[in-house]
Write a protein of this length. Structure first.
Length: 241
């Protein structure tokens, strides 16, 4: 493991503050996080951005829930105070869903509907009925219990209720201890492997500087400060390896 997941997470969060137009100064950001230096974030910032192919747009369940709330305001016989209370409760369930695997399995809109159903089953049903292609009789018929959407929503609700709570602190500490053992020693500052790698990189850089200096010296001796044509490309190797 080259990088500790905590450092990757902190870097991703710092990137998110910038890409959502809520930038925070790096020093102010790291000063609020114990045992974190600015370099812990900067060292991974470009790597994380490159891994995402510089695509920073994230469609999460928070935005989907906001869309449901706007849709529900256009439905008849919906009390504003009831809708506001349901939205606030559903928002807490959306936050809890981020502690589960829901985002890895289901779409943001499905998660948002499940969270709304946890907060107010009546409002969730009203929204689902409003999106049906066929008109409902008056009063509208209840959606079938066998509906694929309701089955999916029930699965998400069960996942959030079962796993949507913060993990035990001791369990997290135990995982952190194991992750430290799994780290690549060449990335651990001060380790023998790290020092050896730094010395090897310095040796290669020194050799490259010597080769360049020798070529310049020969060119000056030949009376041509710009040197001759490079007939052997391997004499001047600019590779960093």
């Amino acid at each position: 493991m080259d990088w500790h997941p905590k450092n990757v997470m902190l870097t991703a969060l710092f990137l998110a503050t910038k890409t959502t137009n809520h930038p925070i100064a790096l020093e102010a950001y790291t000063s609020r996080i114990p045992k974190t230096a600015p370099n812990d974030v900067l060292d991974l910032e470009f790597l994380v951005a490159q891994s995402l192919s510089f695509d920073f747009t994230i469609w999460h369940a928070h935005r989907a829930l906001w869309g449901l709330w706007l849709d529900l305001q256009n439905l008849p016989d919906i009390r504003t105070d009831e809708l506001k209370r349901a939205y606030d409760v559903a928002l807490t369930h959306v936050r809890a869903s981020r502690l589960t695997d829901a985002e890895l399995i289901y779409t943001p809109s499905q998660i948002a509907l499940a969270c709304l159903s946890l907060a107010s089953p009546q409002l969730a049903s009203a929204w689902a009925l409003s999106k049906s292609d066929s008109p409902f009789p008056s009063p509208p018929a209840s959606p079938s219990a066998e509906s694929p959407v309701l089955i999916l929503v029930a699965l998400i609700k069960a996942m959030i209720v079962a796993n949507g709570s913060p993990p035990d602190v001791e369990a997290v500490r135990e995982v952190d201890r194991r992750l430290k053992i799994c780290k690549n020693p060449e990335k651990v500052v001060g380790s023998n492997a790290y020092i050896k790698k730094q010395e090897e990189q310095e040796r290669k850089a020194q050799e490259k500087r010597k080769r360049k200096a020798e070529l310049v010296r020969k060119a000056m001796e030949d009376g041509d400060p710009f040197g001759n044509e490079f007939t052997e490309k391997d004499e001047l190797d600019d590779d960093d390896d």
